[in-house]
Design a protein around this ligand. Structure first.
Ligand code: CUA
Length: 360
């Protein structure tokens, strides 16, 4: 598709590019074929069956069942091909692979702020490694924007108050355009940047060159300075849900519903804690709406994602998540703790250290 003579398409630089282009060409070809066919027949019939004298009356015509079935079935079949083909690509684009690396994007009038997991930040530039799936989690600080990388054939709205996701796998090193594709104010047209695809080794060198603390570390600091640790550590789960292993876990709510604690839910619970209360906990958390930036929220969520529960032998290992000790922890916990991931199903008594009472 990308040709040096007629630059009809942007470069194909992601694993989606060819698939999207083929589908696009198919749709264009079908449209062109039927446009030409129908207009050709109209012109042909208009000439062939024109009225030749004022006295002429059209002959009696009988419906042709076979013809009618044909022009119902053929377009139906073609529409189904379009639907199934399109849906297949859509589902692929909507389901990032598990091993995808995370990059966080915040849109703002009029710039793109990017945070890498190790804390590296950049503005209007996105560096990614070649051949590795990358998942973008995106939000906006103000109005609607749209993150668009034509060479990757991906685009998604970036919405204030919500997270949108998108993923890609770059297939060609180089520098590509990055656009905002949603009118967002006077300098919308200036909200552009570039995506730089590098070889893995080059990327590692580039990424390693940072003095910023990682997202999770920054989140851990916030977790302490904002006082979250007072109510949300394993020791104090009488006050607030214990957050160890919270990410991706099923949470039972006050109203009996359940949901999966994803980025969206964690974000909402930070800003408007009473919107969806965890079962068994009172509505006593302050709302952080307006007190915390989108980037800080992403840092806190990154930190929460590192809080893997410590699973002991008496815990039925229902969750098939890899059992690893949390890397950054609020406090050093030398002794193994009782299953700490049960805050939502059964509340633990306070001071839940598994010490047996020494005989007095
Ligand atoms: Cu942001 Cu247009």
């Amino acid at each position: 598709m990308q040709s040096s003579t007629v630059p009809l398409f942007p470069e194909q630089a992601s694993s989606f590019a060819l698939q999207v282009d083929l589908l696009y060409l198919f749709l264009t070809a079908v449209s062109a074929f039927f446009t030409i066919l129908v207009s050709g027949i109209i012109i042909f019939f208009a000439i062939k069956y024109r009225r030749r004298s004022d006295a002429e009356r059209p002959p009696m015509t009988v419906a042709n069942l076979l013809l009618e079935i044909t022009w119902i079935v053929v377009p139906l079949a073609i529409s189904f091909v379009m639907f199934i083909w399109g849906a297949a690509i859509f589902f692929k684009m909507a389901s990032p692979p598990k091993e995808a690396m995370d990059i966080y994007v915040t849109g703002k009038q009029w710039m793109w702020k990017i945070q890498h997991v190790n804390g590296h930040r950049e503005i209007n530039e996105l560096h990614v490694p070649l051949g590795k799936p990358v998942r973008l989690t995106m939000t906006s600080e103000d109005v609607l924007h749209s993150f668009y990388i034509p060479a990757f054939r991906i685009k998604a709205d970036v919405i204030p108050g919500s997270y949108s996701k998108m993923w890609f796998q770059a297939t060609k090193p180089g520098k590509y355009h990055l656009f905002c594709a949603e009118y967002c104010g006077t300098k919308h047209s200036g909200m552009i940047g570039s995506v730089i695809v590098m070889e893995q080794s080059e990327y590692d060198a580039w990424l390693g060159n940072t003095k910023d603390s990682s997202l999770a570390e920054a989140g851990q600091k916030l977790f302490k300075t904002m006082g979250c640790v007072n109510c949300h550590s394993a020791q104090s789960d009488i006050k607030g849900p214990n957050l160890e292993g919270i990410y991706g876990k099923q949470v039972r709510l006050q109203d009996g519903n359940t949901l999966i604690a994803d980025e969206r839910y964690l974000r909402e619970s930070l800003l408007v804690p009473n919107a969806k209360l965890t079962e068994g906990f009172p509505a006593n958390m302050p709302a952080y709406q307006g007190l915390i930036t989108e980037e800080q929220i992403l840092q806190l969520i990154s930190y929460m994602r590192t809080l893997t529960p410590v699973v002991t032998s008496n815990t039925p290992s229902k969750a098939s998540t890899p059992v690893t000790q949390a890397t950054p922890k609020p406090e050093a916990t030398p002794a193994p703790k009782p299953p700490a991931n049960s805050a939502t199903t059964e509340s633990k008594p306070s001071g839940s250290t598994p010490k047996s009472e020494p005989a007095k």
